[in-house]
Design a protein around this ligand. Structure first.
Ligand code: SF4
Length: 352
């Protein structure tokens, strides 16, 4: 049984290689083979000396998550169930758009935050993903769709709350944005949080850091406490204060994601309150049509009402758009493949 090198940082690889070679550039070459060239066979790393390749192969290997299931939507969106080394599974989604591709990846198996409109929440937290398992989702989807480096956007919007798995998510982000690694521009990576304020504050100090999206979905603490229990720990005022403190680059915006739920958060006064919360913060609002396949008890806002909500924001100079529904027929980014998988539910931790 060999140890998987995929997910190791430059520094960790340097330590491993130093046991067999006194040339630091061998570790840099290994790093580039693993992440930039997506090579999984040490023996094929032709610019490394043969004895080094042989010595490494005895103890180490390189492997990505394995594709277990693939579901293709009528609109070209493809949802993957990926099997990990311990037998657990995770979802990642390939979303083709007019000019670019977006890959949606997961940061945890399940999620402990218990948002009431989210199917993943039903699983509770199974476990955090490692940096290798997070970057591995990108490696698999890039390979499956022959994506050129930097030819796609990446969003942490799959299963889990990325800021609750901060160290591994940031370690993966570094592998993904390292020019010798995947080489994705940091501005093409968006991390979506339910509003974990200490994580937002920590992220503000990173350079480079991903763009930030916040799943909001309510404009009063009372409703947000109900829909997204994380709000009880970090209410709206505190959340928006942390967003105002973000050192945004010129032209950088924060995205507010707002799942429209009929009769709950889609009225005119919700739009007015949302505009007032936004204030002068450079942001844009993504209105997300609710996928009724996700959880019982909620209904989607009709398109006409969604348009009226968007227009109410636009009239207050808040950039807003209705996100085109992608992969609805395969419940993309809804945790549905994985929740049907018994291996995932083997040891679930109940929703808090
Ligand atoms: S919406 Fe996101 S943060 Fe909330 S429970 Fe689902 S995966 Fe977790």
């Amino acid at each position: 049984m060999t140890v998987n090198l995929f997910g190791e940082s430059q520094q960790a690889l340097a330590e491993i290689v130093s046991e067999f070679s006194d040339k630091p550039f061998h570790a840099r070459q290994l790093f580039s083979w693993i992440y930039s060239r997506a090579e999984t066979d040490l023996v094929r790393m032709s610019n490394l000396p043969r004895p080094l390749r042989a010595a490494l192969s005895e103890r180490y290997g390189i492997s990505h998550p394995r594709v277990e299931l693939r579901q293709t939507s009528r609109d070209g969106t493809v949802k993957y169930l990926l099997r990990l080394e311990d037998g657990k599974a995770v979802e990642a989604v390939y979303i083709p758009e007019k000019t670019r591709v977006t890959l949606c990846i997961s940061s945890q198996i399940g999620c402990p935050l218990g948002c009431t409109f989210c199917l993943t929440a039903k699983m509770g937290l199974v476990r955090n993903l490692t940096a290798g398992e997070i970057a591995g989702q990108v490696a698999v989807l890039a390979r499956e769709h022959s994506l050129a480096a930097n030819g796609y956007n990446l969003v942490f919007m799959g299963m889990g709350e990325p800021l609750n798995n901060y160290d591994e998510v940031l370690a993966a982000f570094r592998l993904l944005t390292d020019p010798q690694g995947f080489g994705i521009a940091a501005r093409h990576v968006t991390l979506s949080t339910a509003g974990v304020v200490p994580g937002i504050r920590r992220l503000a100090r990173e350079d480079p850091r991903p763009r930030l999206a916040v799943s909001l979905s309510a404009t009063t603490d009372a409703l947000r406490n109900e829909l997204m229990p994380i709000n009880r720990a970090y209410p709206l005022a505190e959340l928006f204060l942390s967003l105002r403190e973000l050192p945004l680059a010129p032209r950088e915006t924060v995205t507010l994601e707002y799942v429209l739920l009929r009769g709950m958060n889609d009225r005119w006064e919700d739009a007015r309150r949302l505009a007032s919360l936004a204030g002068r913060l450079p942001l844009k609002v993504n209105l997300i049509p609710y996928n009724e396949a996700c959880r019982d008890g909620y209904a989607a806002t009709p398109l006409e009402s969604a348009r009226a909500f968007r227009d109410a924001l636009l009239s207050r100079k808040i950039p807003a758009s209705i996100r085109r529904r992608r992969g609805a027929d395969i419940s993309a980014a809804c945790g549905q493949l994985a929740i049907l998988d018994p291996a995932i539910l083997e040891h679930p931790i109940p929703v808090a």
